[in-house]
Design a protein around this ligand. Structure first.
Ligand code: SAH
Length: 239
């Protein structure tokens, strides 16, 4: 089964864009995934081919029309999940990326202007997704981010070098730091343990660094990782 991505956008020329290069591009060429960019404007019905209108209640900007966008969705819909890019959505996580990558693909809806008429989300089964707590000018970059994260997990894309299991977020932690040659650079050396050849010691050092760095850099992740232990008072005998 090939992971099939359909992107609904006002700018189909933005695809595959960076996903046509490197790992994702090679995988696309090999048919490990497919990408179809569909212009939402093709589903406009008036003579001006309008896709947006002014916001009800007033205010700046324009809003994407529910009727036009719904026609586009209905045209491409099958058994794949439909995701809409919006800062109001659930933050994208590695866990969600992994579950999407294990499925048949995704239909990704890219907003522009002020976003979508809210009735769209009431009338269709659409998962609202945000790629971070900042505002982009359009959903296309978000779609590229989401697809890049999914495609690298598809079978055969990363090769045998890595299953991705040790990467940041896979275990709820940031990954440990990496080093490579030269051994000495600007007076700085590589941690001795990494040159010891002692695999158990190296694994222990990496685990410790992953935990320490996560605690310092991402207390939010650390709290979730250590879960109940942090959230509740310690029971007797626990430390
Ligand atoms: N008025 C909206 C922002 C619209 S930005 C608000 O304040 O919530 C225009 C489009 O860019 C959105 O419809 C969405 O598709 C995309 N976009 C912007 N920021 C995003 C983010 N953090 N995650 C995902 N998509 C985003």
């Amino acid at each position: 089964m090939t992971f099939a991505a359909t992107v609904l956008t006002l700018y189909p020329e933005m695809f595959p864009g960076p996903l046509g290069l490197s790992l994702a591009g090679r995988a696309l060429g090999e048919g490990r995934w497919s990408l179809d960019a569909v212009n939402i404007r093709d589903f406009a019905t008036d003579k001006h081919r309008s896709v947006d209108d002014t916001p009800a209640g007033g205010g700046a900007g324009m809003v994407l029309r529910a009727d036009v966008v719904a026609r586009a969705i209905d045209h491409v819909a099958d058994d794949r999940p439909v995701l809409a890019m919006t800062p109001r959505g659930a933050p994208l996580t590695q866990a969600r990326v992994r579950s999407l990558a294990a499925g048949p693909g995704a239909v990704i809806l890219c907003g522009r202007f002020e976003g979508f008429d809210e009735r769209l989300f009431e009338a269709r089964a659409i998962e609202e997704v945000a790629i971070g707590d900042y505002v982009l000018s359009g959903g296309e970059m978000g779609a590229l981010v989401l697809l890049d994260a999914c495609v690298r997990l598809l079978p055969g894309v990363m090769g045998a070098a890595s299953s991705g299991d040790e990467e940041s977020f896979e275990s709820g932690l940031l990954e440990y730091p990496h080093y490579t040659r030269p051994y000495e650079w600007e007076g700085r050396t590589i941690p001795e343990v990494l040159r010891s050849g002692d695999h158990a010691k190296i694994a222990a050092w990496r685990k410790q660094r992953a935990e320490d760095d996560t605690r310092l850099r991402r207390p939010d992740l650390w709290e979730r990782h250590s879960g109940a232990r942090v959230g509740r008072p310690l029971a007797r005998g626990e430390d």
